[in-house]
Design a protein around this ligand. Structure first.
Ligand SMILES: Cc1cc2nc3c(=O)[nH]c(=O)nc-3n(C[C@H](O)[C@H](O)[C@H](O)COP(=O)(O)OP(=O)(O)OC[C@H]3O[C@@H](n4cnc5c(N)ncnc54)[C@H](O)[C@@H]3O)c2cc1C
Length: 453
């Protein structure tokens, strides 16, 4: 990879998007500086700039594969640190009226606390890429513009110059607003009102908590708007997240929290809660909207500046696609730089087009699922009802057809595009399998989909 001599880049934010962006830039730029406003702890503990960091973070297969290419052996290092890998054998998925698990279908999620992932990736980045540095306790408060080009950032009144500035400052980034104040167009924003409220507890994980599985997902719209997820994390812990959409927040009082879990369509999470004697508090989190900034539609952007990660698209976290989406966006940035060069005025437009392609699939999938709730508000694409009815059939078909289940999981793990579920062969499989499912009185004993406890 050719680096331009003397070139430099600044990345704003040391979250997951910032770290992977710095990794990609280090191939093309002599010096990469990450500026992070938080104090970055050495140990894997939560920090205030990433409030979602106390909630379960599952790394999907697509993100894992790319990360493992950039940081060889990373997955093993995470596992050595206590992360738990699980394939479809290890997941109890309660969906559509029954619990099911499937034989290994070739996708594998990695579950851990977000701080473990972030600190491990940060350490590897700094160890492996000597041209990358991180300055913490450093809040960027402005961009430096000269002749319509961003040439650096401002920190406490001091200018730091760079050939390229990439803002990975998360969902609430202000940098596009600052540019709008300086006369650049602001991107259109799509916001989907999901009114998600989550309550998370971290409890000890006992060896006999589940018989054959290591993770539980209960997401059954037919049973109401409540969902639950129990995933393993380092230190032999469960991270349990109960959630709901639209005004039905999980309570913070422990007994009421357990009652809420008991109302889910599967008792597995409530059973674990009932057995735990450790009284950890319920941590709450609310996300009123999923939000996408359509940077790809901007007709004018300053050269030398990009946004990436949640700053472009902050997805409904229920689908666990945010970090993998950031990784795939960073990969697209590498391709765009290789093609157009670091300082090209074409870079932003080329990258934003590629980033939009990355973001489109998870955004549309999540939006379709969100609009299954009648209270969800926002721009609903034409045909969403039809798509939802089909996806519902796909989910049922997963239980009786291994090819459908495999492809569905590939799509959910961002390894394949949603359109791959709509080829004529797949539609036929889905129709036949969904029919087999509805004919059977009891879903137990199907090809895949044996209820487990
Ligand atoms: C409840 C919840 C659960 C989630 N679960 C999952 C999951 O299971 N799997 C998954 O893949 N994704 C999950 N996500 C999404 C995931 O957290 C994000 O998509 C991912 O962290 C990418 O974010 P980012 O790096 O763009 O932003 P962030 O993680 O928000 O990081 C932004 C960084 O920028 C820094 N910053 C901001 N402003 C400045 C400034 N002016 N100067 C310097 N630094 C600044 C912040 O301090 C922070 O460190 C979840 C999200 C939520 C809300």
């Amino acid at each position: 990879m050719s680096r331009r001599e003397g070139s430099s880049a600044i990345v704003i934010g040391a979250g997951m998007a910032g770290l992977v962006t710095a990794r990609v830039l280090s191939d093309h730029v002599d010096r990469v500086r990450i500026l992070e406003r938080d104090h970055l702890p050495e140990d894997a503990i939560p920090r205030s700039g990433v409030p979602q960091g106390r909630r379960a973070h599952v790394l999907l297969t697509a993100g894992q594969r790319v990360l493992d290419g950039w940081f060889p052996g990373l997955a093993d290092e995470l596992r050595a640190g206590g992360a738990v890998a699980f394939d479809t054998d290890g997941l109890v998925w309660h969906q559509g009226g029954a619990s099911w698990t499937a034989s290994d279908l070739g996708v594998c999620a990695l579950s851990m606390s977000r701080p473990l992932l972030e600190t491990t990736v940060r350490r590897r980045l700094l160890r492996q890429r000597p041209n990358v540095s991180v300055a913490d306790d450093t809040a960027v408060d402005g961009l430096v513009l000269e002749d319509g080009r961003v040439v650096g950032v401002q920190v406490d009144g001091v200018q730091h110059r760079a050939d390229l500035v990439v803002a990975c400052s998360g969902r609430h980034t202000r940098f596009l607003d600052l540019l709008a104040e300086r006369g650049f167009p602001a991107p259109e924003v799509s916001a989907i009102g999901i009114d998600l409220a989550c309550g998370t507890r971290v409890v000890p994980r006992q060896p006999d908590d589940l018989t054959r599985a290591v993770a539980v997902e209960v997401d059954d719209p037919a049973q109401g708007r409540r969902m639950g997820r129990m995933v393993p994390a380092e230190g032999n812990r469960w991270i349990i997240t109960l959630g709901s959409f639209h005004d039905d927040a999980p309570p913070i009082e422990l007994a009421a929290y357990e009652d809420f879990a008991r109302c889910l369509a599967s008792p597995l999470i409530a059973d674990v809660l009932a057995r735990t004697e450790v009284l950890t508090p319920v941590l709450t989190y609310r996300m009123p909207t999923s939000r996408r900034r359509h940077v790809e539609r901007l007709d004018r952007t300053p050269a030398g500046f990009l946004v990436l990660g949640d700053a472009i698209c902050s997805l409904n976290p229920v689908h666990a696609q945010g970090m993998s989406s950031a990784v795939l966006q960073a990969q697209a940035l590498g391709r765009a730089i290789a093609r157009h060069g670091l300082t090209s005025p074409q870079l932003a437009r080329a990258f934003y087009r590629q980033a939009a392609k990355v973001v489109d699939a998870p955004w549309r999938l999540a939006a379709a699922a969100d609009f299954a709730h009648p209270c969800t508000s926002g721009p609903e694409s034409v045909g969403t009802g039809l798509v939802n009815r089909y996806l519902d059939m796909v989910l049922r078909a997963c239980r009786t057809s291994i090819p459908v289940a495999r492809q569905t999981l590939r799509v959910q793990n961002l390894l394949a595009r949603p359109a791959s579920l709509m080829t004529p062969v797949m539609v036929l499989r889905v129709l036949l399998a969904a029919r087999r499912f509805s004919v059977a009185a009891n879903p137990a004993g199907h090809e895949v989909g044996n209820p487990v406890g």
